[in-house]
Design a protein around this ligand. Structure first.
Ligand code: AMP
Length: 404
C-alpha cells in the first residue's frame, strides 16, 4: 500500500447499552471477514463473546466486560487472532450505527467533537440508544485515533419526508420547542432494501416507487418514491405504526391518559406497557412469529387473533402507502418475519388484486435466501423478498464517505 492510500476494510459497530455487535468487511468484494457480538457489558457476572470468522467455526467464551472499552478490546483481540488487524491504513473507516440523528444529520457523517456533541444533544429523543452509540464511538476513537469514525443514522433516510407527512397535527409551538415530529427509524434498512428492490427489477432507483415492509421484532413500513423516502410508519419514537413483537404500534393517544386516570399508571409504567408488554407478546404471550404460526396451525384462538391483528395493520399501511405514492412498482418484504414467514406475506396481500398486488404461492413458499420476486410475471406490482443487510449498507456508506 502506497503512503496516503487507504485499505478496503471497514469495521461496522452497533453499540447498544449492554452489547456490541461488530462486523469487519472487505469492501473490494464486498466480503464479510468476520462477525461477532459481545453481550452483557457492565452487567453482573461475566460477559459473553461470540466471534465467527468469514471462514471457520464460531468461537464463544465468557470474559469480564465491565464497559464498552473492554468489549471493543476483546473484539479486536479476536480479529487479531484471525490475522485481521484494525490499524490504519488497512482499516479505512469504522462505521457506527447511530439511532437518532434528529433533523441535524441527513447523511453519514465523519465524527469529530462537534458531531459527538450534537449526537449527545439528541439524547432526549433516544434516551436508551444514543448514549450507547456515543460510548461506542468514543471508545473506538480512543482505541484507534488514526481511523476515521463515520456515524450512519437510522433516521437519515427519512429526512426527505415532506413536512405534511412528518408533522403531527398538534400545537406548532409545543411541537417546535420539544422537537416533536415524525423521524422514522430502520432507515438504513429501508434505504438498502428499496435500492436492492429496484436492482432486482433491473431499474434505476430514481424510476421506481417502492413500499418497504421491514418486519422484524421491531417493524416499520416506508413509502419510497424514486429513491427518496416520502413516508414511514415509525414516528417520534419507534413505538408508532405496525404491530411489533412487543410494541403496540398505533394506538389512540387517549389510552395513555385513560390508564393514568383509571389505573393510576405513571408515564414510565405506560411506556413499559406499550413498548415491552404489547404487540404480539401482549396479545398472545409470544413475540416470535415462528411460535405464533405454529400455534395458529394447532388452532390456538389467541394466537390466531394476534396474527389477524398484525396482518390487518399491515394491510392498512399497504393501502395507505399506495395512496401516498399514487403508483406502486414494488412491495418488498424484509427482516426476520418479512424474509422468512411466507404465511405473513400471503395474508398481507391476499385479495388485494385491485391494488395490483398478487403473490405466486409456489414462489412465496419456495426455499430461497437471496433477493427474489414472489409475484406472478403479469402482476402490476412486483412483490419481492429482499434480505436486509444493515451492516453492509453502513459499511458502504462509510466507505463511500472516506474512500479513495
Ligand atoms: P429481526 O428483528 O429482523 O432479527 O427479526 C426477528 C424475528 O423474526 C423473530 O422474533 C421472529 O418473529 C421472526 N422470524 C425469524 N425467523 C422466522 C421464521 N423462519 N419464520 C417466521 N418468523 C421468523
Amino acid at each position: 500500500m502506497t503512503p496516503g492510500q487507504r485499505g478496503n476494510r471497514v469495521l461496522v459497530l452497533n453499540s447498544g447499552s449492554s452489547s456490541v455487535k461488530y462486523q469487519l468487511l472487505d469492501m473490494a468484494g464486498p466480503t464479510r471477514l468476520a462477525v461477532g457480538l459481545v453481550e452483557r457489558i457492565g452487567e453482573r457476572g461475566p460477559g459473553l463473546l461470540r466471534h465467527t470468522p468469514g471462514e471457520g467455526d464460531t468461537r464463544e467464551r465468557e470474559l469480564p466486560v465491565p464497559d464498552h472499552r473492554a468489549a471493543l478490546e476483546a473484539a479486536a483481540g479476536e480479529l487479531a487472532a484471525d490475522g485481521l488487524g484494525l490499524d490504519a491504513p488497512e482499516l479505512a473507516a469504522v462505521g457506527h450505527r447511530v439511532v437518532h440523528g434528529g433533523r441535524s444529520f441527513t447523511e453519514p457523517t465523519v465524527v469529530d467533537d462537534a458531531v459527538l456533541a450534537e449526537i449527545e444533544r439528541l439524547v432526549p429523543l433516544a434516551p436508551l440508544h444514543n448514549p450507547a452509540n456515543v460510548a461506542g464511538i468514543r471508545t473506538a476513537m480512543a482505541l484507534n485515533p488514526d481511523v476515521p469514525q463515520v456515524a450512519v443514522f437510522d433516521t437519515a433516510f427519512h429526512t426527505t419526508i415532506p413536512e405534511h407527512a412528518a408533522r403531527y397535527a398538534i400545537d406548532v409551538r409545543t411541537a417546535e420547542e420539544h422537537r416533536i415530529r415524525r423521524y422514522g427509524f430502520h432507515g438504513t434498512s429501508h434505504a438498502y432494501v428499496s435500492r436492492r428492490t429496484a436492482a432486482l427489477l433491473g431499474r434505476d432507483p430514481a424510476e421506481v416507487n417502492v413500499i418497504v415492509l421491514h418486519l422484524g421484532n421491531g417493524a416499520s413500513a416506508s413509502a419510497v418514491a424514486g429513491g427518496r423516502c416520502v413516508e414511514t410508519s415509525m414516528g417520534l419514537t419507534p413505538l408508532e405504526g405496525l404491530v411489533m413483537g412487543t410494541r403496540s404500534g398505533d394506538i389512540d393517544p387517549a389510552v395513555v391518559f385513560h390508564l393514568a386516570r383509571v389505573a393510576g399508571m405513571s408515564a414510565d409504567e405506560v411506556d413499559a406497557l406499550l413498548n415491552q408488554r404489547s404487540g404480539l407478546a401482549g396479545l398472545c404471550g409470544d413475540n416470535d412469529m415462528r411460535e405464533i404460526l405454529r400455534r395458529v396451525e394447532e388452532g390456538d384462538g389467541e394466537a390466531r387473533l394476534a396474527f389477524d391483528i398484525y396482518i390487518h395493520r399491515l394491510r392498512k399501511y399497504i393501502g395507505a402507502y399506495t395512496a401516498v405514492l399514487g403508483r406502486v412498482d414494488a412491495l418488498a418484504f424484509t427482516a426476520g418475519v418479512g424474509e422468512n414467514a411466507a404465511p405473513v406475506r400471503a395474508a398481507a396481500v391476499a385479495g388485494l388484486t385491485g391494488l395490483g398486488l398478487e403473490i405466486d404461492e409456489r414462489l412465496n413458499t419456495a426455499r430461497g435466501r437471496g433477493a427474489r420476486l414472489i409475484s406472478p410475471e403479469y402482476a402490476r406490482v412486483a412483490v419481492a423478498v429482499v434480505p436486509t443487510d444493515e451492516e453492509l449498507e453502513i459499511a458502504t456508506q462509510a466507505f463511500a464517505l472516506v474512500g479513495v
